[in-house]
Each structure stands twice: as structure tokens, then as C-alpha cells.
Design a protein around this ligand. Structure first.
Ligand SMILES: [Zn+2]
Length: 610
């Protein structure tokens, strides 16, 4: 297959799967960009040391392909000589590191090379950092069957509807009946998290069990886990557990997290005692809490209005799964808001992270069509601040404090609790499972390291703990010796960029970064093909670089430099080589602009020959 063909089939395949955005002309441009950048991609593929990874023998192999060194794009591989199962396929929302890219996916190349061994994709729960990658990667890994709990299966199906031509083979797991996949046996156990039907997974191999916690915390009373939690983990602990792979998200916090029950109690008090209208901002992913709020309101005869698409969608899913059973008339459409006294209205809104166009921000800034905030309103932010959103949350809070009567948030009252256990909970879970080896997962390095430290401090042998990077290959031979392979599985992030999926396209990302930082500078020059001289003074267009009107001097000097560069380049040249002139203009103009402004705009010369 030639490089061009590879590029083309990639583009075509992926364009089917994702929504086509933007006009045709941009798509064509993107394809051209791909054609140039993918050369690099193909080259890298052929030189990657895939062949030097020894296959697993007499043991169990674990590879986190994503979800360590980061939060998001969780994916773990469990492999024996005969079989592979994959646990979770999340994605990560994108940071400033990769402007313009939509999502980052786990790298599936290791799996693509071993498609025949893949028996299933198992999903622990329905959050996007565990299911978001499915529609993008499932084809690449040979469409294995997906197994998960009921609510999660509905969420995966719902998401698949947004992708044309994606059809999943989804199966709902019965928690009481183990599933046999090749020579492996799969069992699940229920865990406490912020979304119903969250499970941990046990994979039984002949060398012992691999136990994955999924995202979890503990229900507890003042640091003593409830009877239900004890029962669940006692059962898991009875297995011949080889390795535990567990959630590290909150491992940097000591002790036990605030139990969700306390949040419910606090919210109930607030809903009961609030005299005016109540507006609660939360995450749509907090299924359990939204359901609880609706139950509380119903028991108090209050009416609920939901604002925000993701909340509406998720409540529909909860209803479909039989988790939400509200009476008709408890949830009312927003148009009926005036039919009830303000103290009978509770508004459940998205946007607690200060998202510009979400319901809460529109309410707070007076841009909402139906809800005008007054000083008789009470606002509850039942959420924490996700790192990176500090500024937008602050802006939201300031607007709320300015317009609402009262604002309650997690710093002033127990109106939010995390879905991830603190280190006290994690150590307890670790002891109960009693596995021989331990790998902290799901979290940045600081989190996985803190998780490891806490567990070691509690008496776990340090030599049996592994803090993995993405792609680290951990082999446990004959159930007793842990070997970390020197080669890693490919783990570079794959990106969803508009409609195409691929490895990091370094060139494109670099351009976007410098466009964002220093802008661009377009030079349009008309050259006399006979004399090689400029017909007229070149035109200059710039965006995001300097304010042109106040930089007339700089522009004048640049024009002179362009003129000189063109004339020097074309001296004695026949016929005129445009590429040569262009690259000379780029070099001299870039150097000059950097010298004058200390900035590196992207210089784009456009030459016209007449
Ligand atoms: Zn989660």
C-alpha cells in the first residue's frame, strides 16, 4: 500500500464515523494537510519497535494504554497467552496543549496488532472518561463485543446515535452470573460512585485474579464503611487476587471523603428552608444526586425545572433505566414557571463550571429568556471547581453574588462531595481486596504516587507496587514475579481533530500554537515574470500579531525587506522559481519581525506572477 493510499483510507474511514463539520473547502484542505503530515505518521509506524515487545507467556500482562499520568482517556489491557480483554475506552477533553483538537484518545496500536486475541471491551461505568472513546476506537480494534451494566449500556447506545454508521454489539452483564470469555472468567461487583450501575471488575485467570476498581468511593459513617460496602469487598477479598488496579483521583487527600448522604441531608435542609426560588447548579454526570434532589422536591411538593441539554438527556436515561421514578407533574416545562409561587420552584441547571453558554451563566448574567434572577433567589453550587476552570467559576460566582439573594457553595456548606475516595478509603479497599500486587491507576502522577505511598505506609510491600506510565508493560509471571518490560506499548495520544483521527500531527498542532501565540503575517507580492522585480509595493495582512495601524514604520521597513529579498532571489534566475523566492521571503521576514518585536508570527508569502 502506498503512503497516499494509507492516508486516504484513514481519512475516509474516519470521516464516516464522525460528524462532518465545516464547508467542503476546509475538508479538502484538511485532507491535503493530512497527506503531508501523515508521511511522518506512516514512517513512525514502520520504525516503531513493535516487534521487539515479547509476547506474554506463563502469566498475565497488564498495560494501561491511557488514564495514568493524566485524568481521562482511561483504558487498561489485561492479556494472557490466549486472550485479551480491554477495560474502558475513555477520552479526554483537550487542553491548551493541542489547540483545535476535539478529544484525545488512548493509543490502540498495540491492540490493533493483536485484534484476534481480543475477546471483549468491558466498561466499568458511564462517565465519558470511561466510555467517550468507544465510537472512535471500536472499529480499529476489530469491533469486539461490549459488556457492561444496564444504565451504562443505555448511555453508550445514546452516544452512538450521534455517530453515523456506528453500531455496537452491546451486552448487559448479569452481576450474579460470571461471564466466560476464552479462558477468562469475568465477574463484576457494585461500587459507590456518582453515577448508578458503577462496577468494579474481576478477571479470573489461571494465575489469579486481576481486580479493577473502576471509579469509586465508600459510603461510610465517620470513617467506618457501611455494612453494604463491607459485604461487597469481603466477597471480592475471598478471591485469589493477583493484582489490584485502583482509582487514584483523590489519593492526595487524606482520611475519608464527605459521604454523599451528608450532601443529601444538607440539600434537603436547604430545599426545605429556602423561602424564595431555589436554583441548583450541578454536573449532569451526577446522576445519583440529581435523582435524589428530584425525590426530595417531590416529597416536599415542589416543582422542578431542568435547564441544560445534558441534564435533560441524562435524566431521560435514568428514567429509561428505571432509576428515576418521579410522578407526572413534578418536572415541569420552563414555560409554566409563572404558574407557581417562587418558593415552590426548584431549578436544576448545568454550568456550575462557569461555562459561558450554559444555563447558569445565562441566568447569572441576565441573558436567560425565562429566568430573571432577583435578590429573593437562592443559588446552590452543588459542585467543586475542576482544575483549569478557576477563572470562569470565579466569574460565575461574582455574577451570582451580584444578582442573587444568597449563594451557597462547597466552601460554605456540605453541598458537594466527590465521587472518588480519599486515601483513607483507598487503603481500606486495598486491604480488603488483599491482592499480591498493586497498581494505582486513573490519575496524574502526583495522584498515583500518593496512592502508592499511602498503601505502602499501611504495610503493603513496596516491591510489589508498580506506578505505571501510559504504555508500561507489566508482566506477572506464573503468579509471582513482576517484570516491567523495557519496551513500552505505543501510548502517544491519538487525537480527534474535526473529522479525522490519528496520531499527534505535530506540524498542525505546532502551527496552531504559534498562531495562537503570535498570530500570522501574510505577504502578497506581484512579480514581473520578465524582470523578476516587484510590480508594486507588497500587500500585508496580519492577524493576531501587531496592531497594523500603529505599526506603520514596521510595515514600511518590512516592505523594503521583502522587495530586497525578492530582487536578490530572482537575480539572473530564469524561469522564476516561486518556491525558492517564497522560502527566502519567509526566512528574512521572520527573522526581521522577530528582531523587531520578539514575536514569531507564521509568515505566509503569496506570490502572483504577471
Ligand atoms: Zn467516573
Amino acid at each position: 500500500m502506498t503512503q497516499k493510499e494509507i492516508t486516504y483510507s484513514n481519512t475516509k474511514k474516519s470521516s464516516k464515523k464522525t460528524k462532518k463539520t465545516g464547508p467542503r473547502r476546509f475538508q479538502r484542505k484538511r485532507q491535503r494537510q493530512q497527506a503531508t503530515t501523515s508521511k511522518k505518521m506512516v514512517h513512525r509506524k514502520s520504525t516503531h519497535a513493535l516487534r521487539t515487545i515479547p509476547e506474554i507467556k506463563d502469566g498475565v500482562r497488564i498495560i494501561p494504554l491511557g488514564g495514568v499520568e493524566e485524568v481521562g482517556r482511561n483504558m487498561t489491557v489485561v492479556e494472557t497467552e490466549e486472550d485479551i480483554v480491554i477495560i474502558d475506552a475513555g477520552f479526554q477533553f483537550v487542553s491548551e496543549e493541542a489547540p483545535g483538537v476535539d478529544y484525545i484518545l488512548p493509543n490502540t496500536r498495540y491492540l490493533e496488532e493483536r485484534k484476534d486475541k481480543i475477546r471483549a471491551l468491558l466498561i466499568t461505568h458511564g462517565h465519558l472518561d470511561h466510555i467517550g472513546g468507544i465510537p472512535f476506537i471500536i472499529d480499529r480494534i476489530g469491533n469486539p463485543p461490549i459488556y457492561t451494566a444496564e444504565l451504562t449500556s443505555i448511555m453508550i447506545k445514546k452516544r452512538a446515535e450521534e455517530f453515523i454508521g456506528v453500531k455496537h454489539n452491546i451486552n448487559v452483564l448479569n452481576p450474579d452470573v460470571p461471564l466466560t470469555l476464552g479462558k477468562l472468567k469475568i465477574r463484576t461487583f457494585p461500587v459507590t460512585h456518582s453515577i448508578p450501575d458503577s462496577t468494579g471488575i474481576v478477571i479470573e485467570t489461571k494465575y489469579g485474579n486481576v481486580v479493577l476498581s473502576g471509579d469509586l468511593k465508600l459510603e461510610h459513617n465517620d470513617g467506618i464503611p457501611t455494612e453494604e460496602e463491607k459485604k461487597v469487598f469481603e466477597k471480592v477479598g475471598k478471591g485469589n487476587n493477583l493484582i489490584l488496579i485502583a482509582d487514584s483521583t483523590n489519593a492526595e487527600r487524606t482520611g475519608f471523603s464527605i459521604p454523599e448522604q451528608r450532601v443529601y441531608d444538607t440539600l434537603e435542609d436547604i430545599i426545605k428552608s429556602t423561602k424564595g426560588r431555589l436554583i441548583i447548579g450541578t454536573f449532569a454526570s451526577q446522576f445519583e444526586r440529581m435523582i435524589k434532589i428530584i425525590e426530595i422536591c417531590e416529597s416536599l411538593g415542589k416543582k422542578i425545572i431542568t435547564e441544560g441539554r445534558s441534564i435533560k438527556t441524562n435524566l431521560e436515561i435514568a428514567e429509561k433505566a428505571g432509576r428515576l421514578k418521579s410522578k407526572k407533574g413534578t418536572l415541569i416545562p420552563i414555560q409554566e414557571i409563572e404558574d407557581y409561587a417562587p418558593d415552590r420552584i426548584v431549578i436544576l441547571a448545568t454550568g456550575a463550571q462557569g461555562e459561558e453558554f450554559a444555563a447558569l451563566m445565562r441566568i447569572a448574567t441576565g441573558r436567560h429568556k425565562f429566568i430573571k434572577m432577583t435578590n429573593r433567589d437562592t443559588v446552590v453550587l452543588s459542585s467543586s471547581v475542576i482544575p483549569g476552570n478557576e477563572i470562569s467559576v470565579q466569574r460565575l460566582k461574582d455574577n451570582l453574588y451580584r444578582h442573587a439573594g444568597k449563594v451557597i457553595h462547597y466552601r460554605t456548606s456540605d453541598v458537594h462531595s466527590t465521587g472518588h475516595g480519599n486515601s483513607g478509603e483507598l487503603v481500606w479497599i486495598n486491604k480488603q481486596v488483599g491482592a499480591k500486587f498493586f497498581m494505582p491507576a486513573y490519575g496524574y502522577y502526583s495522584m498515583t504516587r500518593s496512592h502508592a505511598d499511602a498503601v505502602i505506609e499501611s504495610g503493603f510491600p513496596k516491591k510489589d507496587v508498580v506506578i505505571a506510565d501510559n504504555g508500561t508493560i507489566i508482566d506477572i509471571i506464573k503468579g509471582k514475579d513482576m517484570v516491567i518490560q523495557k519496551v513500552s506499548a505505543p501510548a502517544g495520544p491519538m487525537m480527534v481533530d474535526g473529522f479525522s483521527i490519528g496520531d499527534v500531527q505535530d506540524v498542525v498542532i505546532r502551527d496552531r500554537k504559534s498562531l495562537a501565540q503570535d498570530g500570522m503575517f501574510v505577504v502578497i507580492a506581484t512579480i514581473n515574470l520578465k524582470t523578476g522585480k516587484l510590480r508594486k509595493s507588497p500587500d500585508i495582512i496580519s492577524r493576531g500579531f501587531v496592531y497594523l495601524r500603529e505599526s506603520q514604520d514596521l510595515l514600511q521597513q518590512t516592505r523594503l525587506i521583502i522587495k530586497k529579498s525578492v530582487e536578490q532571489s530572482t537575480e539572473g534566475m530564469h524561469p522564476i522559481n516561486f518556491d525558492y523566492i517564497k522560502s527566502n521571503i519567509t526566512d528574512t521576514v521572520s527573522a526581521f519581525l522577530f528582531q523587531k518585536t520578539n514575536k514569531h508570527p507564521i509568515v505566509i508569502p503569496v506570490l502572483l506572477g504577471v
